[in-house]
Design a protein around this ligand. Structure first.
Ligand code: CTP
Length: 418
């Protein structure tokens, strides 16, 4: 199972040393943590401490020539499941609330789509200032979660609210958010949804692309599939925390990163690859355009014309991967298929669902502009036994997320008491 990836942002306050303990506890909970610090934080604690504990470069300044990544704020922000700021000063809260991006952590905040959690620590008067209250309210409205500071004796010897919450509680809240998509007291926006890793317990196996059926060593039967739809499902499932394996035929686009890729160029090879992986997975998605027929015997040598005016190829049916997966399904496996049709789309899709024993079928009318092969968009209806949900023209990635939402719905329905 993939580890949670946490970007830990440390800003300049006395409580900065407590971020070390937060880091250790997250690591003990099998999280992979990358650390970024503000310049002022380094006055309180050395980056070396975090580097030694994470074995990674600690980013303070994007523009520092020692920084190994020239666009660190983009790469960092896009490779985390949570941005956690411990401790957060009034200054960083003010910057986040106002879209100021003048250092690494504030640029990362603007560049990430991951949920953000902030554990403030500051003097009580600073915490209670109307400016800070406004900024906190704004960030809550923007979907940021707060681990509220607690009351106690502060570093400045005054007593009041402003002390960093206990590190165990900060870590528990961060893990709770990541594991369950729990929201605390705060509303959240669509952009920073805690559902972003709602597939963490699932392992996906996805067929992608078109197959190629050999006629002889130089010729084959194939189709126009690009692999875009299947890879979009793989990418979306990966981003939502799932473990993803694809069995890819011929594709014209690159597979997403951090996805296991097995090649299965012919229908038979794809079938073999799928059957081998099937026992390890919880969701199967048949997104490949598998040739229904293949030459009975591929010639070993190049077929010559030999002055023939006609050539007859004898074809035999390929194994139906989707139907076989469904027939051999183990308990808990969800099976998702695609149906590309030109007429009576829903009718044919529903009969495919019955015939192949599918839980979800994604039906599209390939005669519509913006749907089908080689486009970046699709128009589809997501069909389950109980539901039919028409999706307007959208990117394949968006459609992939809607399909995954249907998977989540099915899991929830299976858990609900009858
Ligand atoms: N599929 C498969 N293995 C095959 C053929 C198809 O896994 N040998 C899967 C596809 O990945 C897709 C679904 O089955 O999910 C499409 O169904 P299919 O019966 O192939 O549709 P058509 O070829 O359009 O069939 P028909 O001509 O019967 O409509």
């Amino acid at each position: 199972m993939r580890k949670f990836r946490i970007g830990l942002g440390v800003t300049g306050g006395i409580a900065a040393y407590k971020a070390v303990e937060v880091l250790r506890l997250l690591q003990k909970s099998a999280c992979e943590v990358s650390v970024a610090m503000t310049r002022h934080a380094t006055e309180f604690i050395q980056p070396l401490t975090f580097r030694a504990l994470t074995d990674k470069h600690v980013i303070v300044d994007d523009y520092d020539p020692a920084n190994p990544d020239p666009i660190a704020h983009i790469n960092f922000s896009q490779s985390i499941d949570l941005l956690l700021i411990v401790p957060a000063t009034a200054n960083i809260i003010g910057k986040f609330a106002n879209g100021v991006a003048d250092d690494f952590i504030s640029s990362t905040y603007l560049a990430t789509t991951a949920p953000v959690m902030i554990a403030p620590a500051m003097n009580v008067t600073m915490w209670e200032q109307p400016a800070t209250r406004r900024n906190v309210a704004q960030l809550k409205a923007d979907g940021v979660r707060f681990v509220e500071p607690i009351s106690g004796e502060l570093a400045c010897k005054t007593v009041g609210t402003g002390k960093l919450e206990d590190v165990e509680n900060i870590v528990a809240q961060a893990l709770g958010l990541l594991r369950n998509g729990e929201s605390f007291e705060d509303p959240h926006t669509a952009r920073r949804t805690p559902n972003s890793i709602d597939l963490r317990d699932e392992r996906f196996l996805i067929t992608v692309g078109g197959t190629r059926e050999a006629i002889d060593p130089v010729r084959f039967i194939s189709n126009h599939s690009s692999g875009k739809m299947g890879f979009a499902v793989a990418e979306a499932a990966r981003d939502r925390g799932a473990d993803v394996t694809v069995v890819a035929g011929v594709t014209t686009v690159e597979p997403p990163e951090n996805v296991k890729v097995i090649r299965g160029v012919s229908a038979q090879e794809m079938f073999d690859g799928v059957m081998k992986e099937l026992p390890n997975v919880t969701v199967f998605v048949g997104a490949a355009a598998v040739a229904d027929y293949a030459p009975v015997n591929a010639a070993n040598a190049k077929i010559k014309k030999d002055d023939r005016d006609e050539l007859t190829l004898q074809l035999k049916k390929t194994p139906d991967i989707l139907a076989n997966v469904s027939k051999n399904r183990h308990q808990g496996l969800l099976v998702v298929g695609f149906a590309a049709e030109t007429n009576d789309v829903i009718g044919y899709a529903r009969s495919k669902m019955e015939k192949k024993g599918l839980d979800i079928v994604v039906a599209n009318d390939i005669t519509k502009v913006g749907a089908g092969f080689n486009t970046d968009t699709n128009i589809a209806t997501i069909i389950t036994r109980e539901n039919e949900s028409e999706q307007p023209l959208m990117s394949k990635r968006e459609l992939a997320d809607r399909i995954l939402d249907a998977v989540i719905e099915m899991r929830k329905a299976a858990q609900a008491p009858a």
